[in-house]
Design a protein around this ligand. Structure first.
Ligand code: 3BY
Ligand code: FES
Length: 432
């Protein structure tokens, strides 16, 4: 795994929010002007970050990784966000379970690597040992134990695997509408058979920006002139309509329309769902899915649109499937293509730093150097991610200036508005 600037997170402020601060936060939420970006404290204030962790990351389903990252029983990955640290472990029965990575003796982090393979979980401090299901099975000085070991199992989090994508929720009672949303996106994901993919590459980038700036940047293509590599294959018309398309994009728009009609025909013929799902702020598990053509050969994110891996995923019948793009609130987005899948997860570190984890998945029988070239496979999104990181960091710096005030979203930024609406609703619910 490549890690760019992975400094440890600043200590998390665990103190309860003071009553006077609470009314200040409530006033900030109430002052939100629809159609405009958020006020500066939403991007810079430590206690607002604490509230985000409680109201969003402590309550909702989060995308954590995919099954290809822990393919065998015993394999695990760890994910950290804000003050939380989870272990996702592949069990002998095939299920994936989530445990808090916090020892029940004196709280030490148990697994310290991003991923690996383990049997029992042994804390490195005083060797308390837990079974893969979290049960405490050994404390190193057994004669001294005068407590019920059954009360000191590792704490669990909810975990769901849908079409090979792993979701976690640390709330006692997760939001219920995720079940319905999972059934909405399952038919779009399953044909790509993520269970038969492998990780070709994973990249962690720490962006010097609040997690919401990362998400807002992802939810619009108004800035896509800043992505020259991506613009070769992705029609930079995302979020536009016949009415709003600017004249300099008229040709691209026409090419996009005819490619989209051809793609729809192909999908209908193959029985692949094509309908747009647009529920980013109308559900607790906000979602958007669309299947859109790619330019050039229409196969992949390459300079000429040609396939980047020679092996089709699953039983897909054709490379020319464009991109099936899914956006989920609060922390993820995905591009599913005929030849590969890219997953993106944003994990907040503190109020002004976010880890963005990008994972490229190819067919598990694709051979590096034969079926795909790793540099070519990852080039477009590695470049795009660094460009996005720079945009996010410019906004974070702007938000720190007393001269910053919320600015208006354009029509093509309607999904940014949907993200902010979704987020403000979550804060309101949490403070009620
Ligand atoms: O990844 C996305 O879905 C969006 C669309 C294009 C730019 N942006 C990064
Ligand atoms: Fe884990 Fe002591 S803190 S064994």
């Amino acid at each position: 795994m490549a890690t760019i600037d992975a400094r440890p997170a600043a200590p998390f402020a665990t103190a309860a929010i003071a009553p006077e601060k609470l009314s200040e936060l409530q006033a900030l939420i109430d002052s939100r002007r629809p159609g405009f970006s958020l006020t500066a404290p939403f991007y810079t204030d430590r206690q607002l970050f604490d509230l985000d962790m409680r109201a969003v990351f402590g309550r909702h389903w989060l995308f954590a990784g995919s099954i290809a990252e822990l393919p065998e029983p015993g394999d695990y990955i760890t994910v950290d966000f804000g003050p939380y640290a989870l272990i996702l472990l592949h069990h002998d029965d095939g299920s994936v379970r989530a445990l808090h990575n916090v020892c029940r003796h004196r709280g030490a982090r148990i697994l310290t690597e991003d991923s690996g393979t383990t049997g029992n979980l042994v804390c490195g401090y005083h060797s308390w040992t837990y079974a893969p299901d979290g049960a405490l099975i050994h404390a190193s000085a057994p004669g001294e134990i005068d407590f019920d070991a059954g009360c000191f199992a590792l704490k669990r989090a909810h975990c769901r695997v849908v079409g090979g994508l792993i979701f976690v929720c640390i709330a006692a009672e997760p939001p219920e509408d995720f079940d319905e949303v999972a059934e909405i996106f399952r038919p779009y994901i399953e044909p790509h058979e993520l269970g038969a993919t492998k990780v070709a590459y994973q990249q962690d980038i720490v962006e010097q920006g609040n997690w919401k700036l990362v998400m807002e940047n992802n939810r619009e293509c108004y800035h896509c002139d800043g992505h020259p590599e991506l613009a070769c294959s992705l029609f930079p018309t995302w979020g536009l309509t016949d009415e709003t398309v600017p004249s300099h994009l008229a040709d691209v728009w026409d090419r996009n329309l005819s490619a989209s009609a051809a793609l729809e025909q192909r999908c209908r013929r193959y029985g692949l769902p094509f309908e747009v799902v647009e529920e980013l702020d109308t559900r607790e598990a906000g979602i958007r899915i669309s299947r859109e053509p790619l330019d050039g050969e229409g196969e992949s994110f390459s300079a000429d649109g040609r396939r980047l891996s020679k092996k089709l995923l699953g039983d897909l019948p054709d490379f020319r499937l464009g991109r099936c793009s899914m956006h989920l609130q609060p922390n993820s987005w995905f591009h599913l293509l005929g030849d590969h899948v890219i997953t993106f997860a944003a994990f907040p570190l503190d109020e002004e730093r976010t880890l963005v984890r990008t994972t490229w998945l190819v067919a598990d029988d694709a051979v590096e150097g034969v079926d795909y070239d790793l540099e070519t496979l990852t080039h477009t999104w590695k470049r795009t991610n660094l460009q996005d990181k720079a945009f996010v960091e410019l906004c974070q710096r702007g938000a720190a200036s007393p001269a910053y005030e919320p600015g208006p979203y354009m029509k093509s930024e309607y999904q940014v508005e949907a993200f902010v609406n979704w987020y403000i609703t979550r804060l309101r619910e949490a403070l009620q």
